[in-house]
Design a protein around this ligand. Sequence first.
Ligand SMILES: Cc1cc2nc3c(=O)[nH]c(=O)nc-3n(C[C@H](O)[C@H](O)[C@H](O)COP(=O)(O)OP(=O)(O)OC[C@H]3O[C@@H](n4cnc5c(N)ncnc54)[C@H](O)[C@@H]3O)c2cc1C
Length: 349
Amino acid sequence: MRTHDVASIAIIGAGISGLTCATELARQSFSVMVFDKARGPGGRMSTRRVPELGAGIGFDHGAQYFTARSSELLTRVDQWFKAGVVRPWDGRLAALGPEGVEPSGREIERFVGTPGMNAVCRHLASEIDLRLGVQVEQIIRNARGWTLVDSEGAHHGPHDFLICSAPAPQTAKLLEREAPEIATRAAAVRMQPCWAVLAAFPDALSVPFDGCFINEGPLSWAARSSAKPGRKASPDRWVLHAGPIWSAQHLEDASAQVAERLLEAFFQVSKSEPHAPAWLTAHRWRYALAENALDEGFAFDPRLRVGACGDWANGNRVEGAFLSGLELAREVALVGSAFNEDLERRKKA
Ligand SMILES: Cc1cc2nc3c(=O)[nH]c(=O)nc-3n(C[C@H](O)[C@H](O)[C@H](O)COP(=O)(O)OP(=O)(O)OC[C@H]3O[C@@H](n4cnc5c(N)ncnc54)[C@H](O)[C@@H]3O)c2cc1C
């Protein structure tokens, strides 16, 4: 017995790709349900809230900013700006290397979510049916459609279409049995880890930049999270990212040890006076960026009615992920419309 008169679509992952795909399909009146294992939407565009530092105090510990070159994303950025969830970020950027601090070009317009990077995904999530805290462990396909089985053993479905927007290795594992062709494509993508350090200081660090690309030692990036638009300026809050090689070599190290080590490396490379942080932690991103992202846009099998999207399928980064979700939604909508017409015909027969 069907519960919907239109195609029902299950999407795994509430990052920017899954939510873009979901909102696009929901606006076309498909029945969409999104599942994510996390406590909030955002994926790698998340914001870590730290109530012990004060109400509304957070760190952008994943994506730091995004750029928009495509007309599709520029149009969305305009809408998100009007909704108050995006602002341009005109921070002072620098490059740090053996030569010291050099200013870095501002020729590219950079955007951040406000009041945190996760604001864009929260905004998108408000339009759809999102089930949080659901870790999908198994996927079952039978004549009735696609059913998701979570880590508690609960079944979600059946749904007519399935879309997976998890990072490549997780997509490969989830689709291995029921959609091996897509799983094989995802399995070919290697994803690099990233250790992120989050540090808060009672007194602002005296450095001549708000963000910097680092070309020496274990770090690759550092930014003053508290200087981005729409954030509380105090306490002074920094996010440091280790490069992929160092992160892979230290992937299983204890987070407290990683935090101390990378903070020390930051003071050294920025030639700033070491300060004791009021709060310090480290977050391990096991799948941060694809080393060999595909340029296919997305993967879709119209016969099985299953697809996959994400940055790994479309050249990496927020914009790649956004376009991947959007393009997959257009493809699914075409097949979904034919599916709906078929449902209508059968209902009348
Ligand atoms: C440290 C770091 C720095 C970055 N810096 C930048 C930057 O400055 N600019 C930029 O453009 N990009 C940056 N990126 C990349 C950018 O964050 C990603 O390209 C983009 O956010 C990916 O979106 P996505 O939807 O493809 O995947 P994700 O955001 O990873 O979303 C996938 C979602 O799937 C969920 N999921 C996975 N498995 C399951 C499961 N089994 N069951 C349920 N849910 C599941 C996850 O919880 C997650 O929410 C950075 C990434 C990291 C980690």
